[in-house]
Write a protein that binds this ligand. Structure first.
Ligand code: AMP
Length: 116
């Protein structure tokens, strides 16, 4: 059984977060340390630590991350100019919180791929 992170507490509303969207599959909230004018995290409600833990049964839930990203990008007014979706995996991917999360980042030109 994977160890819970602070994100499980956010899903259960046990700690404060700026939650923008929640349904039976996913939760979205603003990143506490935004790197751009819009920086939102979209996470599955089910605890999967990393992309390496995704199973075929999780495909609908993981797909939901994208449809919610699309909706939130529109709500934020950044859909037309564009944005970036990022999922980090394990230490070399720069992952800090071991509950899968998709970063939705936009609101300014982001330049080429963020690496390093
Ligand atoms: P990653 O490096 O991909 O694991 O990203 C983790 C992200 O979670 C970082 O951008 C943090 O700023 C963000 N974060 C950590 N704790 C919280 C929190 N309590 N509420 C919102 N965002 C958080």
């Amino acid at each position: 059984m994977a160890e819970e992170t602070i994100f499980s507490k956010i899903i259960r509303k046990e700690i404060p977060a700026d939650v923008l969207y929640q349904d039976e599959m996913v939760t979205a909230f603003r990143d506490i340390n935004p790197r751009a004018p819009s920086h939102i995290l979209i996470i599955p409600n089910k605890l999967l630590p990393t992309v390496n833990d995704i199973e075929a049964d999780d495909e609908a839930m993981m797909g939901r991350l994208f449809t919610v990203a699309r909706k939130l990008a529109k709500d934020e007014g950044i859909a037309e100019n564009g944005y970036r979706l990022i999922v980090n995996c394990n230490p070399h991917g720069g992952q800090e919180v071991y509950h899968i999360h998709m970063h939705l980042v936009g609101g300014r030109p982001l330049g080429p791929m963020i690496v390093g």
